[in-house]
Write a protein that binds this ligand. Structure first.
Ligand code: PRP
Ligand code: URA
Length: 206
């Protein structure tokens, strides 16, 4: 299932994010804010259970999240998506997965994974602003499934149709939440019109 946000705030902020003149400080702020808004949409179906809560006046019916949530940013560009979401869900765990795309083959190369042997969360939100060929997202979900994560969602900012197809084919059970589905990939695997290199633009390394 692919969810493309229709929220006006998301579309407004995405336009600022794409703009070539947006500096890294502003770019990081926008990634943080967009991640928060997209996470709000992506978590709309999380399971909750009823618990009583004592107000100053009476007992009310309250709710708490049933599942333990894991935020899984794909290094490096996914890092900027963690902070805002973590504020929204402070009891979630953050598990980093290090992957980069080989520039020539566009294949994902794994360089960091410190997941413990047994899963510690039930729901994983894979965070990466860019779903381009889909190779990195598929590799990250492969790792989480081998770990034993029960439910996995992908939360990104831009997706190319090629990446959506690849992720949906490999992992049809993983819903994809993005701000926008763009037109296509260019000849070197960048999303068009896109926003350029999400890692370089956040960290000022372009
Ligand atoms: C970017 C992006 C994704 C990946 C997407 O990371 O953040 O992880 O490319 O491309 P794919 O869908 O074709 O796999 P990159 O490899 O540039 O690493 P970085 O975040 O460290 O800059
Ligand atoms: N990674 C990026 O940062 N941007 C793209 O357009 C594709 C992959």
């Amino acid at each position: 299932m692919i969810h493309e946000s229709r929220h006006p705030l998301v579309q407004h902020k995405l336009t600022l994010l794409r703009n070539v003149t947006t500096e890294p400080k502003k770019f990081r702020e926008l990634i943080r804010e967009l991640a928060l808004l997209l996470c709000y949409e992506a978590t709309a179906d999380l399971a909750i259970r009823e618990i009583p809560v004592q107000t100053p006046l009476a007992t009310a019916v309250g709710h708490e999240l049933l599942d333990k949530i894991g935020l899984v940013p794909i290094l490096r560009a996914g890092l900027g998506m963690v902070e805002g979401i973590w504020e929204l869900m402070p009891s979630s765990e953050v598990w980093h997965i290090g992957l980069y795309r080989d520039e020539k083959t566009l294949q994902p190369v794994s360089y960091y994974n410190k997941l413990p042997t047994l899963p510690t969360v039930q729901v994983c939100l894979v965070l990466d602003p860019m779903l381009a060929t889909g190779g990195s997202a598929v590799a990250a979900v492969d790792v989480l499934k081998r770990w034993g994560a029960e439910r996995i969602k992908f939360v990104g900012i831009l997706a190319a149709p090629e990446g959506i197809k690849m992720l949906q084919t490999a992992h049809p059970d993983v819903p994809i939440h993005v701000a926008k589905i763009d037109a296509r990939l260019n000849e070197v695997g960048y999303i068009l019109p896109g926003l350029g290199d999400a890692g370089d633009r956040q960290f000022g390394t372009g």
